[in-house]
Design a protein around this ligand. Structure first.
Ligand code: NAI
Length: 296
């Protein structure tokens, strides 16, 4: 198997921050893309947001008007899962919950053809566990993009115990054809990046809890002196505290409660308050009207 040819249809299930980005990248690469979400308004928003991104790229002369129009025309909303029947690959980017993901893939298997590749954008859940309930578990691999998808080159192609090496190779080649820099990884909790990144967030949150400095100062130190592109607080605000918290919980549980991965009560409270970061207008910083820019 090699990269999915551009005459094949790609379906993206979940039209939030990640799903919209994945759909954009696949459409720019030449695929017809069908976007589905249980909330139709999320699909409408994703399509409108992508059109806005294309308009900006045209304005900045980084994309031709003809290419933007063609990519836009390749993007379709789907109102039901049944409409994804002709997809050659489905990329799932829904809520980070094993049972919900398993439920979705069970429904998908009843809809798509047996040769359809199933990919999950999970940040931390075992790919082996997601695949275990499938009729054809060998066809599922992780295709883990990073936020914001159109700008971040890395894609972790994650194989579970049952994943077919040829399917992983095809997803790897497809990510490369989409302009990404894929790497192969085995299904371990948090894979590569989300495993190594846990202490980055955890120590930032501990420093804040101990009132060593405020969030903006810690972010500025790591950005300006540490050489990180973003500090932990602005990055958590970008990722979304709900998503980041559930990733920490999943890595913590998978390592039998290893204290190094203990989730932060402070972050739990952010989730409880609905202060999810950029997507809700408030996290450690304020966004939109009266915004407090995440810079010290
Ligand atoms: P999000 O909350 O922005 O979007 C999730 C979307 O999935 C929502 O629109 C929701 O309505 C929809 N959804 C929920 N259950 C569904 C179902 N059963 N069927 C269809 N649609 C459903 O979340 P986000 O940030 O886009 O994350 C999605 C996935 O990508 C998660 O697994 C997350 O861990 C992973 N991820 C997130 C990253 C991030 O930085 N936010 C980075 C890499 C991976």
């Amino acid at each position: 198997m090699s990269a999915l040819s551009t005459d094949k249809i790609v379906a993206v299930v979940g039209s939030g921050a990640m799903g919209a980005g994945i759909a954009q990248v696949a459409a720019v690469a030449g695929h017809t893309v069908k976007l589905y979400d249980t909330r139709p308004e999320a699909v409408a928003k994703a399509l409108a947001d992508i059109a806005k991104v294309f308009a900006k790229l045209v304005e900045k002369e980084r994309m031709s008007a003809a290419d933007a129009a063609a990519a836009n025309a390749r993007l379709r909303g789907a109102a039901t899962l049944a409409e994804l029947a002709d997809a050659a690959m489905v990329v799932e980017a829904i809520v980070e919950n094993l049972d919900v993901k398993r439920g979705l893939f069970a429904e998908l298997e009843a809809v798509v053809g047996d040769d359809c590749i199933l990919a999950t954008n999970t940040s931390s859940i075992s790919v082996t566990a997601i695949a275990a309930k499938l009729r054809l578990p060998q066809r599922l691999v992780g295709m883990h993009f990073f936020n914001p998808v159109p700008l971040m080159a890395l894609v972790e192609v994650v194989s579970g115990l049952a994943s077919d090496a040829a399917v992983a190779a095809s997803v790897f080649d497809t990510a490369a054809a989409w302009g990404k820099s894929p790497v192969h990884a085995k299904s371990t909790p948090g894979f590569i990046v989300n495993r190594v990144a846990r202490p980055f967030y955890a120590e930032g949150l501990r420093l804040l809890n101990e009132q060593a400095a405020d969030a903006a100062t810690i972010d500025a130190v790591l950005r300006e002196a540490g050489g990180f592109r973003m500090g932990p607080f602005e990055l958590m605000d970008l990722i979304g505290h709900d998503v980041n918290y559930s990733v920490t919980q999943s890595v913590f549980n998978a390592y039998y409660g290893d204290p190094r991965f203990t989730p932060s009560v402070l972050q739990l409270e952010m989730v409880n308050a609905g202060f999810l970061g950029r997507k809700s207008g408030r996290g450690f910083y304020q966004y939109g009207e009266g915004a407090v820019a995440p810079q010290a």
